[in-house]
Design a protein around this ligand. Structure first.
Ligand code: NAD
Length: 496
């Protein structure tokens, strides 16, 4: 029998978990959710204990057998379109919640995070209607033959564990295909950014998603909701985006019960800028790839390799453009860079700023904390930072910093550029800047990453395979590749 959950409420000053279609605060424990731009308290968040996580998983298992499990793909697809519409109808609420939780400029969240959050539901509502499977006729000794055909079934209950850098976008990137395929989900949003996942619970109810199909449990990783969820035997698969070390822990947890994992992990991405590039485009693209979202994008660039003839001019132009970034009120249209997600993350990023200094880097720009006034003085802002002159063995060049910073290094040949770009335990993304198409194809084929952009960055067609090589992840999501993870193929063999 299901264990009772405590204190069922519809609205609460304490942000509630969303279990079986209802908002639920769990007695006892809560944690603070602070605005990283000002340090001010936004709300308290109810931390799900092991009993609440168990309630959520049980609700999700029941929902598999309920109306959701019996719906046609067309019916599910229509409901998911209503979810997309519901997000767009409440656009301003989602925007405000995302900006308060992350501190990112509203101008960024309003054209990336929220519309992409809605688009994820539409794209997978389409995708599920075009899924095909295979059939094979085979010969048999009696001459009558046999027919094989494959059917796709949902995997079951999916545990979805999310990071804080693009909270709604990355969460719906997993929830939408999982639901389209007929699974049910229990989501553990980041403890730093819990609000939009909870708000989506209201939209799910309004759109007619049956109770238990979408559940949200708040909390942390180890010995909290994240670990309770990924270790729960009632979870049939885990999809995770976050740090490589966390992915390793989750993969170990999923090994009990031999559950599949899809892991989208960290990166230390290179940009390779050839002397024959269009310099205006290369500067504009590198500005975005280094500084967008305050450098907190898994696909962002932290290593820039520039062919020697244009090295000095590239460094000067990137410096001049980055010096124009404006920090402060995220709701002010003039603000172009927000804070880091937390004071703790700021300590981490500043420790790399210190390391670069200690190792004798040439500081081209930044390197510290900006002087902001009023309430933003308490925010977790750091200066946009550019270095040159470090050895490739430096931790600043080897390790993911996840801040608004990059190191720029010259190179002299195409082979050297490829070697430098590939010299990393990570393999998520790269950007190549060249007007020579033959070179672009040749270099792209040699870089060991999941995604290579040529003369662009973050240009995403959601039907394409997305994921990382080496320690940047396992599996691919996007388009049909998401459907592969969120369904299981079964073969039926009929003797004719
Ligand atoms: P994180 O790994 O610290 O946390 C991610 C989530 O995992 C959080 O919800 C956290 O509570 C949970 N968690 C932590 N330990 C856990 C455990 N032992 N068991 C279960 N859950 C646990 O990552 P973050 O700091 O939130 O996000 C930043 C990282 O995410 C960066 O490394 C970045 O590169 C990566 N990232 C990757 C992609 C991608 O697509 N490859 C996209 C965005 C972010």
């Amino acid at each position: 029998m299901n264990k009772a959950v405590t204190n069922v409420e519809t609205a609460s000053p304490c942000l509630a978990n969303f279990i079986d279609g209802r908002f639920v605060t769990v007695g006892g424990k809560s944690f603070e959710n602070r605005n990283p731009a000002t340090g001010e308290l936004i709300n308290l968040v109810s931390e799900a204990d092991a009993v609440a996580v168990d309630d959520a998983v049980r609700a999700a298992r029941r929902a598999l057998k309920g109306p959701w499990g019996r719906m046609s793909e067309q019916e599910r697809s229509a409901i998911l379109r209503k979810v997309a519409d519901g997000i767009m109808k409440r656009f301003d609420e989602f925007l405000k919640a995302e900006v308060l939780d992350t501190g990112k400029p509203a101008s960024l969240a309003s054209h990336i995070d929220i519309p992409r959050g809605a688009a994820n539901f539409n794209i997978f509502a389409d995708q599920v209607l075009t899924l095909s499977t295979e059939t094979f006729r085979m010969a048999t000794p009696d001459g009558a033959g046999a027919l094989n055909y494959a059917i796709r079934v949902p995997r079951g209950v999916i545990g979805v564990v999310c990071p804080w850098n693009l909270p709604l976008l990355l969460m719906t990137w997993k929830v939408a295909p999982a639901l389209a395929c007929g699974n049910t989900v229990v989501v553990k949003p980041s403890e730093e950014t819990p609000t939009t996942a909870a708000l989506l619970g209201e939209v799910m109810n309004e759109a007619g998603v049956p109770p238990g199909v979408y559940n949200v449990v708040h909390g942390f990783g180890p010995n909290s909701a994240g670990e309770f969820l990924t270790r729960h035997p009632g979870v049939d698969g885990v999809t995770f985006t976050g740090e490589t070390a966390t992915g390793t822990a989750i993969m170990k947890a999923a090994a009990d019960g031999v559950r599949p994992v899809s892991l989208e992990l960290g990166g230390k991405n290179a940009a390779v800028v050839f002397a024959d590039c269009n310099l205006d485009k290369a500067i504009e693209g590198t500005m975005r790839s280094v500084f967008a979202n305050c450098g907190q994008v898994c696909l962002g660039t932290e290593r820039v390799y520039v062919e020697r003839p244009i090295f000095d001019v590239f460094v000067e132009r990137l410096k001049a453009t980055a010096a124009g970034l404006k920090m402060g009120d995220p709701f002010d249209k003039a603000t172009t860079m927000g804070p880091l997600i937390s004071q703790e993350h700021r300590k981490k990023v500043l420790s790399y700023y210190d390391k670069a200094k200690a190792e004798g880097a040439t500081l081209v720009l930044g390197g510290g904390v900006p002087d902001l006034s009023g309430s933003y003085a308490k925010g977790s802002f750091v200066q946009p930072t550019i270095w040159t002159g470090l050895k490739e063995t430096s931790p600043v060049i080897r390790e993911e910093i996840f801040g608004p910073c990059c190191h720029i290094q010259p190179f002299d040949s195409e082979d050297e550029a490829v070697t430098l770009a590939n010299d990393s335990p990570y393999g998520l993304a790269t950007s190549i800047w060249t007007e020579n198409l033959t070179r672009a194809h040749r270099v792209a084929a040699q870089i060991d990453v999941g995604i290579t952009w040529v003369n662009s960055w973050f240009l995403r067609d959601l039907r394409t395979p997305f994921g990382g090589s080496k320690q940047s992840g396992i599996g691919r999501e996007g388009g049909v590749h998401s459907m592969e993870f969120y369904t299981e193929l079964r073969n039926v063999c009929i003797k004719l």
